[in-house]
Ligand binder design. Structure first.
Ligand code: UD1
Length: 359
């Protein structure tokens, strides 16, 4: 290994689900003395979707903020590429580290690959096998142009093998779990600011365009939630995209809509809930670690280990299916999750050691 003091890693974050993934990686880079430059693309810009996460997770101020904001996929991706190219070209880091599957991940990886900067993809190999999902395209492209693929679970390694790129892959574990384990005790000590009956409410999150932009699908989900709310109060922190669509629907009084919650509030609410209903990716993993039943309101998951080893049920978006699984979960003893190997809070250490070995 050459001297690390002259090596530079550039790390990218852009949207809400990225921030809790970069936090432990940056922390570990600082610990071992690897210089890091943080790029925020500005894909998410509301304080509740971005700033609050930086503050709570004590992430340093970004070295560059591209402030791209919301737009169509093509325009958002193109804007990030255009603004990112001069920054990376000027500093030519030794490695670009990207996480997850959002448009910021794709855009910055594409730029780096064209100018010959090595890319490390954290959370590689996840596949929903649904190419109508924008994140699926992002995952596939980023994995194929990256030099280092950091996988969270054995199924991800199998996917990478099936695509002929597992020679670049390593199983390192899950950085979301690092952040969860680092923060859950502190999160549970904080006073709960929402009026909930601890242990006896359902937590709902919903933001996928395929669910919330389609009135028929959103209608099915809302009518299932209205029925569920007759037996369990529901707390629904609402993504800005979803909020815009909800006005067209009648919601029961037992469903409380609130602003998006911060990371600490979110994990505390998950841990204190009776069950979670969500279309998020990361929440499927967090509920597995916390041992809370999760009903995933999608037809597929890119995180099957949360179903085979965890507490997750893929229920789709049809009212009857959601309600049938809800009844089943309410009437059965809780599942005990068998946590995947390496979901031990040390993924960032493995990632940073591997990066250092390769520089
Ligand atoms: C993005 C990610 C998705 C991730 C989600 C988490 C992609 C393709 N999708 O979806 O994988 O699960 O973030 O939230 O990258 N908006 C605001 N304020 C903000 C951000 C967004 O009002 O700070 C509104 C805007 O109206 C915007 C819409 O939300 O048009 C969607 O934002 P966008 O970043 O395009 O995608 P998300 O749906 O958030």
């Amino acid at each position: 290994m050459s001297n690390i003091s002259d090596k530079v890693a550039m790390v990218v974050a852009g949207a809400r689900p990225n921030f809790m993934k970069i936090a432990p990686i940056l922390q570990e880079m600082d610990r071992v003395g690897l210089t890091n430059v943080l790029i925020h693309t500005g894909q998410h810009y509301d304080s509740k979707m971005s700033d609050d996460f930086f503050e709570e997770l004590q992430i340093k101020m970004p070295d560059f903020n591209l402030n791209v904001g919301s737009d169509s996929h093509a325009r958002q991706t193109a804007k990030i590429m255009e603004l990112f190219e001069p920054i990376i070209t000027q500093s030519m880091p030794d490695i670009l580290v990207v996480v997850g599957d959002v448009n910021s991940t794709l855009a910055t990886a594409l730029v780096a690959s064209k100018i010959g900067v090595k890319i490390a993809h954290v959370e590689a190999g996840l596949r929903s096998f649904d190419r109508a999902m924008p994140e699926e395209i992002n995952r596939i492209v980023v994995d194929h142009i990256s030099e280092k693929l950091f996988a969270t679970s054995p199924d991800a390694l199998i996917n990478l093998r099936n695509e002929g790129i597992d020679d670049k892959a390593e199983m390192v574990g899950n950085v979301m779990v690092d952040t969860l384990l680092n923060n859950i005790n502190r999160a549970l000590e904080r006073p709960i600011t929402h009026s909930i009956d601890k242990g006896n409410f359902g937590l709902v999150t919903l933001h996928r365009p395929s669910n919330v932009d389609n009135p028929n699908i959103l209608g099915e989900i809302i009518s299932a939630l209205n029925v569920i709310s007759q037996s369990l109060n529901i707390l629904f922190p609402c993504h800005p995209r979803t909020r815009k669509q909800l006005n067209n629907f009648q919601l029961s009084d037992a469903i409380t809509i609130i602003e998006p919650v911060s990371y600490m509030d979110c994990i505390a609410l998950e841990a204190n809930s009776k069950l979670v209903l969500t279309d998020s990716g990361g929440i499927q993993e967090e509920t597995t670690v916390l041992g809370i039943p999760c009903l995933t309101l999608r037809e597929t998951t890119e995180r099957p280990i949360t179903v085979t080893n965890g507490t997750n049920f893929i229920v789709g978006t049809k009212k009857d299916n959601i309600l049938a699984t809800f009844e089943q979960v309410m009437n059965k003893p809780r599942l005990q999750a068998k946590l995947p190997e390496f979901w031990d809070g040390k993924a960032s250490q493995r990632i940073v050691s591997s990066i250092l070995r390769s520089l």
